[in-house]
Design a protein around this ligand. Sequence first.
Ligand code: NGQ
Ligand code: ZN
Length: 475
Amino acid sequence: MPAARIARKEFDVTNDRHALFAAHAYLPQGWRRDVLLEWNEGGVLTAVSPDTAAPAGVARARGPIAPGMPNLHSHAFQRAMAGLAEYRAQAADNFWSWRDLMYRFAARMTPEALQSIARWLYVEMLKAGYTSVCEFHYLHHAPNGRGYANVAELGQRVVEAASQAGIGMTMLPVLYQYSGFNQRDPRPDQRRFLNTPEALLDLLSTLRRAKPAHGALTYGVAPHSLRAVSEASLRALLDGLDADLPRAPVHIHIAEQTGEVDECVAATGARPVAWLLDRFDVDARWCLVHATHVDAKETAALAASGAVAGLCPTTEANLGDGVFPAHDYLGANGQMGIGSDSHIAVDWRSELRLLEYGQRLVRRQRNVLASDARAQVAERLFDAALAGGARASGRAVGALAVGHRADWLVFDQTHPSLDARSPDTWLAGVVFCEHGGSPIVEVHTGGRCVVRDGRHEDEDQAYAGYREAVARLLA
Ligand code: NGQ
Ligand code: ZN
């Protein structure tokens, strides 16, 4: 049946048995045959049984299934300006001139537009096979810098958008105080972002009261960057967080541009990653986003810390950041995950492919991020991004295993990337081959099908709202 003719009600068919039988499923041990998945009312897997005979009356997956990918870094509002900064605005266009443009766009955002943009973005993420997202949320106040009547208005809109779309969320309200090292005064065009640690913690409490955590929603915080906080305010933020949400995720932008590395060295005598690891108890609850510029010592120390390197290859390429030493970092057993960040691409396959290709171009070799234990580079990257993404999310996601969210993708086994090939080549086909349509035909979150035949249940309405928001913002 043509996709366009699928009626909305067809998505509402509940799987009463809360069970699914898949001829092929990608479990933590790799591809397994004849797998029965069972989950509970709360959307959590209760049994995963390979090599099982298909029980009567249980639905069958229409193709091979694999865990949904966590997206560990997103600024939802930036989706609406993706592709609008691809011209040279001045002689030397760079990250900072892009940022000026992005700030001008952010200044125009309204609560309604933000919700519409986020809702459509999350629909796009689900269609692409991201089943959860960490939202690094720093637009907090009205355009004049004053708080909305509800201080958590904008964060709440984003959380609502996630539940409308049916994507899992880790909401990370951002602490932003300064425009540079040594507590440089913020710029006027940063006024919508600003809070003290106390005000930010207060905003987080307000948000949690309005939208309490549940199986598909959790909270953490994000000090924006070492440029935007001080050592004392970072400590105050973490102490306050621990009083309320011990072990909640902490995400920070760390070393994306060489310019900020140089400024950090000038201000503190140390490079950003070294400075942070030296002064704070950086461990598995931390996600260091764009740890792009790390020297050999920092690479080893970051890997040893258990923190997740949050890599966003398509955005990092788009913004001219540099290349993260992924080969050395993975070689040291470093944890990594991927994010779509500015949403110049919303596709985990592109992120993994570019991550590997960056290494190939720099090292002039092939299959650089494979290892002796994991010769299939796509499988190694897929596993790493699932595990690191889950860790950064602070949610039990990223594996078809008991106790984890029932979030999975269904591949079309007749897609040319899989068809007539054996399972051990499937992920390589999915990640590295680009020919036309996506091989992902269905997506399930919390055991519920939200994408069927490549279409999201809310796609038309979400797009109409997005289109209207963009037309208004650009008018
Ligand atoms: C952000 N985005 O917060 O949206 C940043 C730019 C900054 C990326 N780093 C702003 N990709 O770092 O100051
Ligand atoms: Zn970011």
